[in-house]
Design a protein. Structure first.
Length: 278
């Protein structure tokens, strides 16, 4: 499993090679811009770069497989050649296969293998870390599925079911990483509950990735007097605060857009823990 030299959670920097990202408005949709952004995130302290070619914002439509491949593979190849550890953010087995062939060392599937029946088989054969996110459907209708009896218990139970499916497909237990899926078929209240009870997700028995960066529930928390949520680019300080809290709760990784503040936050938590525990 990937570890951070600074101690504490791995910091995963986001590179959205999409024209319709909620967080950066397609700023890095061009291959050259995406590669440059990845290099900048590495300079800021990213341990891993997560390269995605499909927006998963609420309401987003899916690109063609060929479009997704054209977006991510050249970026992965270039950044791996630079020596970066790269994750591919995809729900498609064809993209995962091509990305691993290009040097990606992690497959991050926000559907946890539900969107593509071949994904678990491909991940098992690739023998790389596989991120299983809690997911209930595609972006076009996922928020209609945000109904839970107990969101923490329900998410933990549904993640366990996906872990069982992954292991049955041949994925090694030590390769499994879990993501509670903040913002995916979740209301803001659901997201806060999951963060407050992250220990119950950790109790499923695998490393946990927290991906809160710039998400809508933070914008709602930071809304101005007019009630309008703060713009995504204005949510980075709050995102770094979540990184700090996730680090204190034992998260394995934080996935963020603005790397430097979160890398600093992880250093602070690691040093604090060193002094506290000796």
């Amino acid at each position: 499993m990937i570890v951070s030299a600074r101690g504490g959670p791995v910091v995963m920097g986001v590179v959205n090679v999409t024209p319709d990202s909620f967080s950066d408005g397609g700023r890095y949709a061009d291959t050259t811009a995406a590669i440059a952004h990845g290099r900048a995130l590495l300079a800021d302290g990213a341990d891993v770069l997560d390269i995605g070619g499909e927006s998963t914002r609420p309401g987003a439509t899916r690109p063609l497989v060929s479009e997704e491949l054209d977006r991510v593979v050249p970026v992965i190849s270039a950044l791996v050649a630079d020596g970066a550890v790269v994750s591919v953010d995809t729900m498609r087995s064809e993209v995962a296969e091509a990305a691993v062939a290009a040097g990606a060392g992690v497959v991050n599937d926000v559907s946890g293998g539900l969107a593509d029946p071949r994904m678990l088989e491909v991940a098992a054969r690739a023998d790389v870390p596989f991120v299983i996110m809690h997911w209930r459907g595609h972006s076009t209708d996922m928020q209609r599925r945000a109904e839970y009896a107990d969101v923490v218990a329900d998410v933990a139970r549904e993640l366990r079911a996906r872990v069982d499916a992954a292991l049955a497909a041949g994925i090694k237990p030590e390769r499994v990483i879990l993501d509670p899926g903040l913002g995916f078929a979740k209301t803001g209240e659901h997201n806060w509950a999951l963060l407050a009870h992250l220990d119950q997700i950790l109790d499923v028995g695998h490393p946990v990735l927290v991906a809160a960066s710039r998400k809508r529930f933070l914008g709602a928390l930071l809304a101005g007097p007019d009630g309008e949520p703060r713009d995504p680019m204005g949510r980075d300080a709050a995102s770094a605060a979540v990184t700090t809290l996730a680090a204190t709760r034992g998260a394995w990784c934080v996935r963020v857009h603005d790397v430097a503040p979160s890398a600093d936050a992880v250093r602070v938590v690691a040093r604090w823990a060193q002094e506290t525990h000796g």
